[in-house]
Design a binder for this molecule. Structure first.
Ligand SMILES: Nc1nc2c(c(=O)[nH]1)N[C@H]1C(S)=C(S)[C@@H](COP(=O)(O)OP(=O)(O)OC[C@H]3O[C@@H](n4cnc5c(=O)[nH]c(N)nc54)[C@H](O)[C@@H]3O)O[C@H]1N2
Ligand SMILES: Nc1nc2c(c(=O)[nH]1)N[C@H]1C(S)=C(S)[C@@H](COP(=O)(O)OP(=O)(O)OC[C@H]3O[C@@H](n4cnc5c(=O)[nH]c(N)nc54)[C@H](O)[C@@H]3O)O[C@H]1N2
Ligand code: SF4
Ligand SMILES: [Mo]
Length: 757
């Protein structure tokens, strides 16, 4: 008999609630939307139905160790863990923890492993955490730090409610990015009282719904955004009372926009000046406006400046912290932190001197940190739940660098491109075989959290990541394998939580063993975690999260229907998170409290960022520079388009795709005619660093001179005779140097290439 289990889709950051009907032999029989999920409310896209290709994929079934001839041999967990631990200790004690780096920490559905990995990083004394977020969002985080006071302030966007919606560099009809995206976007498009503006160089599915489609020239968004702001300020359309009450520094900002020629900037970004004026006025006069942006302006020219200009647009028009606008939100467990600038003592990397932003380091510098003669070059690399050799820039540079590592460990569920390069591979249980959660709960005024329970037993010989991290710490001599006394007290504590036996015992333990404090997550998992319902051990960290959150936002937590004060409220929230199978609301905020989320002491937005205002002033110079660049690579490739059948590199079996099996390269009919290319032809696409073969598709959805291909294709998967590989890997073409000067986020949407039939 099959049973239906509530869980979540793990294919994009929306993590829609789903119900999976599991058959007797563990097969996924049916997947439907879960109406009880507090945010997705039963919504799904077509990808969720294909999750069986994740659960039933060719798995890693044993720890693997690389032999001298480059092939792998199976070893026991004991051997793998002890050898990895010994090597980590040896690198740390010989060269220093700064020569060890960690990359990954979770994908679209799994962030609990990354939390437990903080203990492993502490044991390695490694300050370097490379994250996929630092190849898209760190420019945003840096700007948020300046405007709102901390880099870990982040905002939501009320696309579902706003009267005027400005979508730039994102295609929610395919990539989602907001809850129930297709439904919300179609309702918005149908409503005659509301306006949808879409900015994209490509006529996307979302652009087709727009009231105003601004087909911007690739990478020229900064000119468009600056022109919109110039119209608003030159026509005096800014929200004066909002600016006076809630912000400082407007006069200084304004000075940089008053002399901008809207006509000139309109020419450069390829959009009619009248259209720019109409949209600027529309934004300023709308009762409520929300802006949603994503990779299209993050992974292209001027990305950190773009982040600033987008925020100025909603701030200058007063569309912030109110219903139907952009609002800061709280975090149950934060995805990111706040990093000090280097001049304030913030840490930097050894070889390239890169600063941390939001506690993260950018993948684009990783090959340079390894492939160097510097005495403190990176020598040990742990990759967990990420696939850099397909998702980070410049595969060749990475391959060359990884070959120089003294130790490379990959933790994954499948034999990935990156795992192939490792010395050791550790097989993880899938996200349906363990307790998991993401920290992508980024909503305001209602915020939620979804703890997912395992719905299948773990595949034999695989382990959840928290268990691997504990075993590594034990083998490194940092922690015992169990904590019987504290675990016993944790069991008692669960019988009568209000006696606070566990927190007192935990504090006493750390007083006695101060060294264990930095491994607190593991200690909790092995004590409190063991007292939780079977299979939910890794939820132990949520106990801390629940208490912290309830202490910080008591009124907001109580509005969800929970009773109690202080510690009791924390316990109630923990219990609710632990027992709600479809996810639960954790807070309901009031708009007047929004301003407490600003982290500047004066609770105001600090509008002026001199470095970015200088960058803005220098924009026109870019045009002259580009004109001089040689035309060896006449096309710009958008290297990584979200389509119906891609989901980063989570699904490896190409059979999961119902359409677009080879991930076609889109090309404009004029360009195709010139090169005598027809749909279905195999073409060679070459950049400065590499070359791929890919199937062409002729379409006028792109402008002349621009090509587009999907991300997440070209992964190797075991076939009947040999590994099959359908489609091409974008990152053979991308280089590490083509990136934002400040955040080092790659310009994947703007790769110069040439094309041959
Ligand atoms: N189907 C699917 N959905 C996904 C994912 C997936 O792999 N597949 N991945 C998830 C992840 S990790 C992320 S980060 C999000 C990303 O979500 P999005 O950012 O929405 O996705 P993309 O398609 O990469 O890029 C968005 C748009 O930017 C446009 N663009 C390219 N260059 C420019 C430019 O210079 N200016 C402007 N204004 N636009 C430009 C592209 O044409 C594209 O329509 O999607 C998530 N959702
Ligand atoms: N050229 C180009 N490159 C891009 C992009 C682009 O648009 N263009 N997009 C970028 C973006 S926005 C992102 S977010 C990154 C994403 O790139 P990555 O961070 O590398 O993420 P995923 O592709 O999601 O890889 C997740 C890995 O986790 C593994 N996995 C799945 N479940 C588990 C589990 O439970 N435990 C463990 N240990 N492993 C598991 C999968 O097998 C897979 O190997 O790609 C980036 N790369
Ligand atoms: S891939 Fe589709 S179903 Fe899955 S979380 Fe994203 S929007 Fe929801
Ligand atoms: Mo992403």
């Amino acid at each position: 008999m099959s049973i239906s289990h509530p869980t979540a889709c793990i294919l994009c950051p929306q993590n829609c609630g789903i119900q999976i009907q599991v058959g007797d032999s563990g097969q996924f029989e049916k997947i439907v939307g879960d109406d009880a999920h507090p945010i997705s409310e039963g919504y799904l896209c077509q990808k969720a139905a294909r999750l069986n290709y994740y659960q039933d994929q060719a798995r890693l079934t044993a720890p693997l160790r690389k032999k001298a001839d480059g092939t792998f041999e199976e070893v026991s967990w004991e051997i793998a863990i002890q050898e990895i631990a010994d090597k980590l200790v040896s690198i740390r004690d010989t060269h220093g923890g700064e020569t060890i780096a960690y990359a990954g920490g979770g994908g679209q559905g799994n962030h609990l492993g990354g939390i437990y990995a903080t203990a492993l990083r502490a044991a390695c004394e490694s300050p370097y955490f490379y994250s996929a977020l630092a190849q898209e969002k760190t420019g945003n985080f840096w700007v948020n730090g300046k405007l709102f006071g901390r880099q870990n302030t982040n905002y939501s966007e009320a696309v579902a409610e706003a009267e005027y919606v400005f979508i730039i560099g994102t295609n929610p009809l395919q990539s989602h990015g907001i809850p129930r995206a297709r439904k919300v976007m179609r309702e918005l498009a149908r409503d005659p009282e509301r306006t949808l503006v879409v900015v994209d160089p490509r006529r996307t599915e979302t652009a087709k719904l727009a009231d105003v489609f601004m087909q911007v020239k690739l990478g020229k968004d900064a000119f468009l955004l600056a022109a919109l702001l110039a119209v608003i300020m030159q026509e005096g359309l800014e929200d004066e009372s909002f600016l006076a009450e809630k912000t400082v520094g407007f006069e200084e900002v304004k000075g940089h926009f008053m002399d901008i020629s809207v006509e000139d900037y309109a020419d450069i970004c390829g959009i009619n000046a009248d259209m720019i004026r109409e949209v600027a006025r529309g934004m300023a006069h709308a009762k409520t406006m929300a802006i949603r942006s994503d990779l299209g302006i993050e992974q292209s020219q001027n990305s950190t400046l773009n982040a600033y200009l987008v925020r100025l647009l909603f701030l200058v028009t007063g569309n912030f912290g109110k219903e139907g606008t952009n609002c800061l939100h709280t975090a149950f467990l934060p995805l990111i932190g706040h990093s000090k600038a280097p001049e304030e003592g913030g840490i930097t990397t050894q070889v390239t001197g890169m600063q941390a932003i939001a506690k993260l380091f950018p993948p684009n510098i990783l090959p340079l940190e390894i492939d160097s003669d510097h005495p403190k070059r990176t020598r040990g690399l742990i990759v967990e739940s990420a696939n850099p050799l397909s998702s980070y820039a410049d595969v060749q540079a990475q391959l060359k660098a990884y070959a120089k590592l003294d130790l490379m460990v990959v933790i994954d569920v499948a034999m990935t491109e990156t795992a192939q390069a490792a010395h050791y591979i550790l097989p993880a249980s899938t996200q349906f075989e363990k307790t998991e959660a993401t920290f992508f709960n980024l909503e305001f005024p209602k915020n939620f959290f979804h703890l997912r329970k395992p719905i299948l037993p773990p595949l034999e010989n695989t382990l959840p990541e928290p268990e691997m991290h504990h075993r590594l710490l034990t083998a490194m001599g940092e922690l015992p394998s169990s904590f019987p006394v504290l675990a016993g007290l944790a069991k008692l504590d669960r019988l009568a939580p209000m006696l606070r036996i566990f927190p007192l015992a935990l504090a006493a333990t750390f007083a006695l063993r101060p060294k264990w404090k930095k491994y607190a997550v593991i200690v909790m998992k092995e004590t409190l975690g063991r007292a939780l319902p079977k299979g939910t051990q890794a939820a132990a960290v949520l106990w801390v999260a629940a208490h912290r959150y309830a202490k910080k936002y008591p009124a907001e937590v109580r509005r969800t229907g929970l009773a109690g004060k202080g510690y009791a409220l924390g316990e109630a929230l923990f219990k609710k998170v632990l027992t709600s199978r479809s996810g639960t609301l954790i807070s309901i905020h009031q708009f007047e409290d929004h301003w407490n989320l600003i982290r500047h002491k004066d609770r105001k937005v600090h509008l002026s960022i001199p470095l970015l205002l200088d960058w803005l002033d220098e924009l026109p110079g870019q045009v002259a520079e580009e004109a001089q660049q040689k035309k060896e690579y006449p096309f710009y490739l958008i290297a990584g388009e979200r389509r119906s059948y891609n989901a980063n590199t989570i699904l490896r079996n190409p059979e999961w795709r119902k359409t677009d099996k080879e991930g076609a390269l889109k090309i404009h009919p004029e360009d195709a005619a010139k090169l005598q290319i027809a749909t279905g032809d195999l073409v060679t696409c070459t950049s400065e660093v590499g070359s791929i073969q890919i199937t062409a598709k002729v379409t006028d959805e792109l402008p002349v001179g621009i090509l587009s291909m999907p991300n997440g294709y070209g992964l190797s998967y075991p076939g009947e005779k040999s590994p099959q590989r359908l489609g091409a890997l974008t990152n053979w073409l991308t280089s590490t140097g083509n990136c934002d000067p400040l955040a080092k986020t790659p310009f994947h949407k703007q790769v110069a290439v040439k094309l041959e039939k």
